[in-house]
Ligand binder design. Structure first.
Ligand code: UD1
Length: 438
């Protein structure tokens, strides 16, 4: 059987200008937030990635009419006729973000069922923070085969304390609380830019939400929310990946729609490596001019505004060729170093010890056949392939397709030679009105 793969050839320095797509991690939750409303909404700047198609399928199975204009990156959704409250188990297993439909369904209909989520293989990734807090708000859960069934007559507003600022748990609780009468307070909430974009769309719908220092979100419930028209934020993680691709290749890249203030710690580390970063205060746009003598740097991943865990793997690829020894500590996930073994196959010198990785810079990487182990690992291997001798073949590319909208083409537009074989693979029915588009 033909196996899909990405072929990456050693490239010259990447030079030029590239624009970002909409943020995957914002758009998925924003799509589920539409379940809180009844009527027709429009979402703009939607990336055509596999996870977005998966979320479209999830919404359609609940009875939402969805039409995705891929050319204009605009998604039309009508939530007037929701008639199913079961989050499909096959979709749930494909994409962990499916759990984000739970809060809106419970808030609007008082009923939802879901199988345990899947997604990338980066640790056990439980959903206990979501479930514990929904229970505190009055939801009763019972098991029905592989499904967990949640029921509630009326959600109760509560003061909720997250022991860890989980992005998904914060988003799920915020969405549920918008339709919960009274004041819900979330202490130690995640405040990632994607969470703020969600709060932005919820406020447009009519929700009453405030953010208090240092990390508290207060939600005063309202009776109903209205459909909206919203432009989703650009993908800061795609921005980081493009900057690293230019950095490793010794290039000069400009990303006009990247927000530098979403990437402060990451950009600081690029500067510590010796790269030049040019930004302007309060104006979008990041330019990177690469040094030809990159230096090792150490960092640990943290919730926002710390170094994003989703850029740890691509950064590791760049550090594989930096002079000296870099120490990377992964504090968000317990098993997010699977890409290190693949980079080592290419000639990198990375030693893993628990949650720490020691990366000793080498002079060169060699192209070979490697496996993508999760979304961000797939990107790391593409970045490594840009400077590896000969050709790099990356397998398991569904991860790449889940997370990015034509990142290969964007890289090629600034001088890379990346070929995604058999891309896109599956034609998607992306309209509830019977049209096929792709
Ligand atoms: C989101 C992002 C993901 C990113 C992550 C951290 C989306 C679709 N995905 O994932 O790309 O890597 O934030 O920035 O937005 N945890 C628990 N129990 C829970 C929930 C989480 O123990 O109920 C743990 C997780 O296993 C993980 C850590 O908390 O170790 C952070 O997870 P969380 O912030 O919830 O990440 P996601 O929302 O799943």
């Amino acid at each position: 059987m033909f196996e899909e793969s990405i072929l990456v050839e050693k490239s010259l320095p990447l030079n030029g200008e590239v624009n970002l797509s909409g943020a995957k991690n914002a758009v998925l939750v924003i799509m589920t937030s539409l379940l809180l409303t009844s009527g027709k909404s429009i979402l703009r700047n939607i990336p055509a990635s596999e996870d977005v198609f998966c979320m479209i399928e999830l919404l359609q199975k609940l009875g939402v009419e969805v039409n995705f204009d891929i050319i204009n990156k605009t998604l039309y959704a009508d939530t007037s006729h929701i008639n199913n409250f079961k989050i499909d188990s096959t979709i749930m297993k494909r994409m962990r973000a499916s759990v984000l439909a739970l809060g809106p369904l419970l808030a609007r209909f008082g009923y939802a069922s879901l199988a345990m989520p899947g997604g990338c293989s980066i640790g056990t990734r439980p959903i206990n923070f979501h479930l514990t807090n929904f229970k505190k708000m009055g939801v009763e859960f019972s098991q029905d085969g592989e499904y967990l069934v949640g029921k509630v007559n009326k959600l109760n507003a509560k003061k909720l304390i997250l022991e860890y600022p989980s992005v998904g748990a914060t988003e799920n609780i915020v969405m549920a609380a918008t339709l919960t009468m009274g004041k819900t307070t979330i202490i130690n909430a995640a405040l990632e830019p994607e969470v703020l974009d969600l709060i932005d769309i919820l406020k447009k719908m009519g929700a009453n939400i405030s953010i208090l220092a240092p990390a508290t979100i207060e939600i005063e419930g309202v009776q109903t929310l209205s459909p909206v028209d919203h432009f989703v934020m650009c993908d800061r993680l795609e921005a980081g990946s493009l900057l690293l691709a230019a950095a490793i290749s010794g290039g000069d890249i400009y990303i006009p729609n990247a927000q530098a203030n979403y990437l402060d710690v990451f950009l600081l580390k690029l500067e510590d490596m010796g790269h030049t970063i040019i930004t302007q205060e309060n104006i979008p746009g990041i330019r990177l001019i690469a040094t030809n003598k990159p230096q090792a740097v150490s960092f640990k991943t943290m919730p926002y505004p710390g170094f994003p865990t989703d850029l740890q793997a691509p950064m590791m690829a760049a550090l594989a060729l930096a002079e000296g020894v870099s120490e990377i500590e992964e504090t968000v996930y317990e098993n997010r170093f699977l890409h290190a073994a693949e980079l080592n196959k290419m000639g990198a010198n990375i030693q893993i010890n628990g949650t720490k990785a020691l990366v000793t810079g080498v002079k060169e990487l060699n192209g070979m056949s490697v496996n993508a182990t999760d979304i961000r690992a797939s990107c790391a291997l593409v970045i490594a392939g840009l400077v590896a001798s000969g050709q790099t073949t990356i397998k398991n590319i569904h991860h790449f397709k889940r997370g990015y909208d034509e990142l290969d083409k964007k890289l090629n537009s600034v001088g890379a030679k990346v070929t995604v074989n058999n891309y896109p693979s599956i034609p998607h029915v992306v309209s509830s009105y019977g049209q096929k588009e792709i």
